[in-house]
Write a protein that binds this ligand. Structure first.
Ligand code: SF4
Ligand code: SF4
Length: 207
């Protein structure tokens, strides 16, 4: 399973340290929604609910276990935290009301800030995901998946589609994906302006 590339030397990360006993405290204090992990009772409902469980290297439950075990590098280089598609199945079903999706995104943002870089596959998925947000103002899971698969080339893309058909059917059954194409939201132009501005700010192009 593909992994995320760890931070380069001098990037400010903790390259070379596979275990860090203070990691749980670090997550509670520095990761958005990180302190919510304290409520997790390891029941595994989130892992069972996740439509991407076959594709993730670690389930959300396992990620939380590893945070408590101090496995800093393994968690921050995990491809799972970058793959979460915000379907909310986990958050809705968690018996302890842990906002799993928010923690996963918080960990992804934190990993990027710490110098971890998603590899080509994950970056391609992110590009198609955010392209969808820009075009529609929402996510059309079919569209993201098709663009991601075809981003590998026509023949490999069709092969990937066939390999992942069970995941697509799972999302349809869980009502996390619609058969019909999604339409852009009403104020899509305003959203695009905001996203353009945020992108320019990210590049240092705005005050
Ligand atoms: S469903 Fe909630 S309590 Fe159960 S393992 Fe997942 S986060 Fe923890
Ligand atoms: S929100 Fe993310 S982690 Fe939660 S079930 Fe969906 S894809 Fe999995």
């Amino acid at each position: 399973m593909e992994q995320v590339v760890g931070p380069q030397a001098g990037s400010g990360g903790h390259s070379g340290r596979a275990y860090d006993q203070s990691f749980a405290r670090e997550v509670y204090q520095k990761v958005d929604s990180g302190d919510e992990i304290k409520m997790c009772m390891q029941c595994g409902v989130c892992a069972a609910s996740c439509p991407l469980k076959e594709k993730m290297d670690y389930s959300p439950r396992k990620i939380f276990t590893m945070i408590r075990a101090g496995k800093r590098d393994t968690v921050l280089s995990s491809q799972a935290i970058m793959l979460c598609t915000s379907c909310y199945s986990c958050k809705v079903r968690c018996p302890r009301k842990v906002p799993v999706v928010d923690v996963m995104h918080g960990l992804a943002h934190y990993a990027l800030r710490q110098g971890y870089k998603p590899r080509v596959e994950t970056a391609l998925f992110g590009e198609k995901f955010w392209g969808n947000i820009y075009r529609l103002g929402r996510i059309d899971e079919k569209d993201v998946a098709q663009r991601y698969f075809l981003g590998h080339g026509l023949v490999p893309g069709i092969k990937l589609m066939l390999e992942n058909k069970d995941m697509g059917l799972g999302m349809l059954f869980k009502k996390r994906m619609k058969l019909l194409p999604e339409r852009p939201i009403k104020n899509i132009k305003s959203l695009r302006k905001m996203l353009d501005k945020a992108k320019a700010m990210g590049k240092g192009g705005a005050a």
